[in-house]
Every structure is written in C-alpha cells, then in structure tokens.
Design a protein around this ligand. Structure first.
Ligand SMILES: [Zn+2]
Ligand SMILES: [Zn+2]
Length: 709
C-alpha cells in the first residue's frame, strides 16, 4: 500500500465516523511559546487547555511535524526522524476511551488487515478501565496487554494543565529485531517492539499544587507515525525503505555513484540526508530561512548536518538543492502547493550550501594552524573547547575532527566537547524562552485582570472624551501625578493606536482644564489594555479624571499613508517577483516604511522600477480601501495574505484594495489609495540569506525626496 494511500485511508476512516478532516498546519505553531510543531495535537493545544473555545468536536489530521531532540539517532535506528507526519484523531469533550480504543483496533486489523498476532497493547498500570475495554470488548488476550508505569503511559501537556493516562498499540517485528537482552519486551527501546499508535485520554487537570482534578470536558488525542505504519504495511526493514524516503536515497546514491546497502557509513549518510532533506523542504515551505537564531538556526543546523554527510559519499560540491524536487515529487499529492515554491527552495538551499562550504574551507585552515601548533608543542590532545569552536564557528563536524586528530596521533577530549555542546543547548533553550514569553511586567498582568478592557476607537475617531482608569509611575500604580512626571496612563476608551503589526503607536495629547499631558507613544502590553506613555507638561491628574484624548493627526495620517502603501507594495512585489514572496517583517512610521521579504537575489533596477510604477498606478486610480471583519476561514478561502507564525482569532479584520490586495491587518488605512499621493522607493538591500529589505516614502516625504534629488 502506497504511503499516500495509507494517509487517505486513515482520514477517510475517521471521516466516516463523524470527524472533520482538517489540513495539516504549519511547522511553525500559532502558539508563540512553542518552537516547532512536534506533534499532531500542537495546533489544538489552545483548545485542550481551554484557552480558546471551539465548536469543533471530532477532528482528524495528518499533521507535518518536526523534532530535533532525536536528531543524533536519525539513520541509526529503523524509526527515528526529524520530519515526519503524524496521523491523529481528536475529540474535544465528545467521545471517550471506549470509542477511541474500538476505532484504533478496527482501523488496524479490519481496515489495514494487520495480523492480530503481531499486535500488543500497553495500558497505564492504574487504568483498569482501559484494560477492561481492550480485554472484554475488543477481545485482546490478557497476556497481550502490558501494564506500564507513568514514565511510559502517562501524558501531560506540561508541569500543570491537562494530562491523563495513555494506551499504546505495539507491533512486534519478530525475534530477529530484538536486542537480545533478557528483559526485551514491550517498552524496550530496541527495534523489535515498535510503538505504532499512542492513545491519550486527557481526563485530568493538574493544578499548581500538583493535584489531579477531573476535567469537565474530557478530551482524546491520538498520534500514529505515518512512516512507521508505512514500514509495517510495505513490509520494509526500516522507515527509510518506504516510498516516503527511498526515492531520495536512490537519487542521492546515483548522484554520488555509490550503492545503497553494502557500506555501513555510506548507508547511514544516505539515510541522514534523506531524512534531513524532507525537514529542509518543509521548513522553507513554512517560511523559515537559515539564520543564527530560533527556527532559522534549526534549519541551518539541519542543512549543515546533511551537507557534511555528503563528504562520506564523495560529494564535495553543493548537491542538496538537487534533492528538493525529489522531495516535492513524493509529497506533492497532499501538498500540491510545494511545486510552486520549488525554485525558491532550491535557491535558498544552494545559497546556504555555498556559504557553508566557504566557512568550512576557512575552518579547515584554522584547523591546520591548530594542528601545526599542537604538534610543535608536542601536545597529545585536542581540547573539547577547541573542537567545539571548530564545530560551532566553522561547522566542522566532530567526527571529522576526530578522524584528522587520529591521523596525527592526537586524541580528542570528547567529554569536553559534549559538555560545551550541552552548555550551548542550554543557552539556546534560554534564548528561545525569552523570545517566546513576552516579558510583560507583572503590573500590567494585574491591571489587565482588574480593569475593563480598553475600548479602541481610533479607526474612525481622532479625539474622544475618556476617563483615567489607572496611572502608573515607575512600575507602581499611583492615585495622582503632577507636572514633569513621566507616567503611563490607561483610559476606558481611546483613539490612540497602539504599536502593532509593524505600525508605530500614536502620539498626541491628553488634556483637561489647566492640565496638558503629552503622549509620546502608545503600546499594548497585553491584548486587553492600551497604555499611553506620557509626560505631564502642566497641571496635574488624578485617577477618575475626565479628560479629552486627541491624537497628533498629521503624524497619524502620514503613518496611515505609509501603511496602506505597504499593502500595495506587497501586491506589486508578488506580481513582479512571484508568489514565493513572503513578508518577514515590516515597520511603518510617519516618516517612512520598511518592508522585509523573502527573495533570493537582489532586485534588479528593472524590477524595482516596475514595482514602483505599479504602486503609483494604483494610487492614481484612487482605489477604494475596504475594511471588513470576517471569519478566519472565509478570509483564507478568499486567499488573504496572513503572516506565518502570527496568532489570529476566529474573526479577523481584512483590508481589501480592489482586486489588487487582500490582507489580514489590524492597522489604520486610508479610505482610498489617492490619499497616498506618491510612492518612492529609496533603498533595497539584503539583510540575511534570502531576505531583502525595501524602504520607501509616501506623501509629503516622497515629494520632499523628489525635490532633493
Ligand atoms: Zn529489546
Ligand atoms: Zn497592514
């Protein structure tokens, strides 16, 4: 049975049982605190934790996933991968254990006709209910049901939150795959007993004190590796021989002229490359570019690991980019859009390959110098620190360092290297946490709970009467403030736009009789509250005062012109450069706009002038800008542009400019494009591999610029 067929059968099976088939989500989760989609349940995490309410009851998916925690095992075992697909059926407060177990069993033995004799089942040692369902209702023999402890069969979302027992279905591949240890059995981590399907019964919530309380709505989360299932059904030795990965191995083998099978080192290299190549393609597909931070660093490391394996195959020149099309061929059935991004992906991979090979060459020179130095000093060992530096700065793999060291009769401090590596991983985790959890001051957390949410009326009002709900001075809440004080003010209602989506916050004034406060900036530290960063020029204020809030209109209008212009700019870029163009960042203030996009090469003068002309043509046509609220689903269906990795609610604000542009956007917009007046590109540059930055002016700023040149 072909891999694609297995996926289809799974989705259909659960569709027939009342599940909605949902498409695979991005590898970049909507939840900003999670680095990557590591399991099928990640997209539904906010539903499981109760963070968002959803009408969904039963869902089935084949979710693309990426994990790096087992990366060192990839290729060495029959089953570890970085990229993989996870088949899963989910129930949100709908069906329970009984149905979950019945359908899992039915799917495996009736639908896929996997022989019963091959299957084992494990349950959590205290879960009598699950044991009984397997034994009494599904007629699984007692001696085929294994009770395992919490380290195997109890699942938790984190230290607190939803959790519950699990039950697993295990496939016995037979004695010849056993590690041979007397304890080898279900739960052993060798290649004999293969965990096929994990059924999680989310029945409890663990509170701060560690107590388990039953959840009001019990949930089901299941996960089954598609590649593993394919390996069983296609009767292969390992997942690499299935039709998901074998064509990549075959092609790489043919590129290098080596065979697959006879040589352990070469086979390992081929498997690592095949695995990593799928991760590379899908990371780029989901908008990640190689860099030194966060997900970009994950991608860079995977590309480098794959590339350095080429050395074992005699592939010295860039070759990974040639494998992009093979991966697309395998995956285009569930992901028809992959083909459109082919050239973009190839260029990014090739660029990174070249960059890495250059660095590697530099690194080898540094390595040579080090060797000369060590030998002259009659030293016997390369320190772990040095080896790590070679690896971290120049990408020289540790096994290469080891090999070269051995050639010169030097030993290598592997422990020191491992320690340095561990340190770096720790630093990486910390850096990520800092990005993920916005450091919102506790004062705002408290205020957000106490106060009513600020009502924002700035889309159609520039001045408003408002009441002062809170005054914050140096992180403390105060009752009053006087002249010269620098304070944060929270109002019940405001026309001030808080910095968001790349658009800077409004400035302006807050006044009452005898008092004048200058608002320098507006921020939204939490969704509920808008904070006016202000300085009292004269007079004083108290909590509860009625005031007049008015924005600096000239500055707002200039910012708005720039904002709508970024929408036109994006529309033009997609038409001139191609649909692979994605916004990776933007900055819109009153005096200029900046737009970062994914594109591999510098834009030519001709492309730049076409983009500029296209935007100006739309301005001259004075196209109406229509803002409306709609369901996220509807917006996606209409092809609206939304930012990868951004979190969106169910109802979204969309901005439509004729048939030229449709974007999800919360920023302020002109009523018709004519207000922008004039659009002038002022610079184009590269800021990272595959990312270009464009800066432009509109309105008065553009006119002034034209006069000066
Ligand atoms: Zn074993
Ligand atoms: Zn916008």
């Amino acid at each position: 049975m072909k891999g694609n067929e297995i996926r289809k059968r799974f989705l259909e099976f659960f569709k027939d049982r009342g599940h909605t088939i949902q498409p695979s989500r991005s590898l970049i989760p909507e939840d900003p605190t999670v680095l990557l989609t590591i399991a099928g349940m990640i997209p539904f995490k906010p539903i499981f934790t109760g963070e968002i309410k959803s009408d969904l009851k039963r869902v089935v998916t084949s979710q693309r996933c990426l994990r790096t925690n087992d990366i060192e095992n990839v290729g060495k075992t029959a089953r570890h991968h970085t990229f993989f697909e996870m088949l899963g059926n989910f129930s949100f407060g709908d069906y329970g254990k009984k149905e979950t177990i019945r359908w899992a069993w039915e799917f495996l033995i009736k639908e896929l006709k996997i022989p019963k004799e091959r299957l084992w089942v494990s349950v959590y040692e205290e879960d009598e209910e699950a044991f009984d369902i397997w034994h009494k209702e599904e007629k699984v023999r007692r001696d085929r049901i294994v009770r395992l402890g919490s380290e195997h069969n109890f699942w938790a979302i984190g230290p607190t939150g939803p959790c519950g027992s699990c039950s697993e279905v295990i496939y016995d591949r037979g004695k010849k795959y056993s590690c041979g240890r007397p304890t080898c059995g279900v739960g052993c981590d060798c290649d004999r007993f293969l965990e096929v399907w994990n059924l999680v019964f989310m029945e409890y919530n663990r509170d701060q004190e560690g107590r388990l309380r039953p959840l009001p709505r019990k949930n089901i989360d299941t996960g089954m590796g598609l590649e593993r299932l394919a390996m069983i059904l296609q009767e292969k030795e390992n997942t690499f021989d299935t039709d998901f990965l074998k064509p990549i191995i075959d092609y790489t083998a043919s590129l290098s002229g080596v065979g697959y099978g006879p040589d352990r080192i070469k086979d390992l290299a081929l498997r690592i490359i095949a695995d990593h190549m799928r991760a590379i393609v899908f990371l780029i597909y989901d908008g990640v570019l190689p860099s030194n931070v966060g997900r970009g660093y994950v991608l860079r490391r995977i590309i480098r690991r794959a590339l350095s394996q080429g050395r074992n195959l005699g592939l010295a020149k860039p070759y990974l980019h040639k494998l992009v099309s093979i991966v697309i061929d395998i995956m285009k059935e569930p992901y028809p859009e992959l083909s459109k991004d082919k050239e973009h992906m190839e260029r990014i991979v090739l660029g990174e390959e070249k960059r890495f090979l250059e660095t590697l060459e530099q690194g080898m020179k540094v390595f040579d110098d080090l060797l000369i130095h060590l030998l002259r000093e009659k030293r016997k060992e390369i320190s772990g620190e040095k080896a790590f530096e070679l690896y971290d700065t120049y990408g020289i793999p540790i096994d290469l360092t080891q090999e070269v060291a051995a050639e010169h009769n030097l030993t290598l401090d592997k422990r020191g290297f491992d320690m340095a590596m561990e340190e770096q991983k720790k630093r990486g985790r910390m850096a990520w946490q800092e990005i993920g959890q916005s450091r919102v001051k506790t004062i705002y957390n408290r205020l957000a709970k106490e106060l009513k949410a600020t009502r924002f009326k700035g889309y159609d009002r520039t001045t408003l009467k408002a009441e002062i709900l809170a005054i914050i001075k140096t992180d403390k809440r105060v009752k009053k403030a006087k002249a010269k004080d620098e304070i944060d003010i929270i109002l019940d209602i405001t026309p001030f736009y808080p910095e968001a989506g790349g658009q800077t916050g409004d400035s302006g004034t807050i006044t009452k009789r005898g008092t004048r406060i200058e608002v320098l900036d507006t921020q939204r530290p939490l969704p509920e509250i808008i904070v006016h960063r202000a300085k009292i020029i004269k007079g004083s204020i108290r909590k509860g005062d009625k005031v007049e809030a008015g924005i600096n209109i000239g500055k707002r209008l200039a910012t708005t012109r720039n904002h709508t212009a970024t929408h036109l700019l994006q529309g033009a870029l997609k038409r001139v450069l191609g649909r692979h163009v994605r916004q990776t960042g933007s900055f819109v203030s009153s005096d200029r706009l900046r737009f970062d996009l994914t594109h591999f090469a510098p834009l030519t003068d001709e492309q730049l002038s076409r983009v500029e002309e296209m935007v100006n043509e739309k301005i001259r046509k004075n196209v109406k800008v229509e803002v409306s609220m709609m369901d996220l689903k509807e917006a996606k269906k209409r092809g609206a542009i939304f930012l990868v990795g951004e979190k969106y609610g169910k109802r979204v604000r969309t901005v439509k400019i004729g048939d030229f542009s449709l974007e999800l956007c919360g920023g302020t917009q002109v009523e018709a494009t004519g207000e922008i007046g004039l659009f002038k590109l002022v610079s184009e540059s590269g800021i990272a591999a595959g990312v270009r930055r464009i800066e432009a002016l509109t309105g008065k700023g553009a006119c002034r610029f034209m006069k000066e040149i």
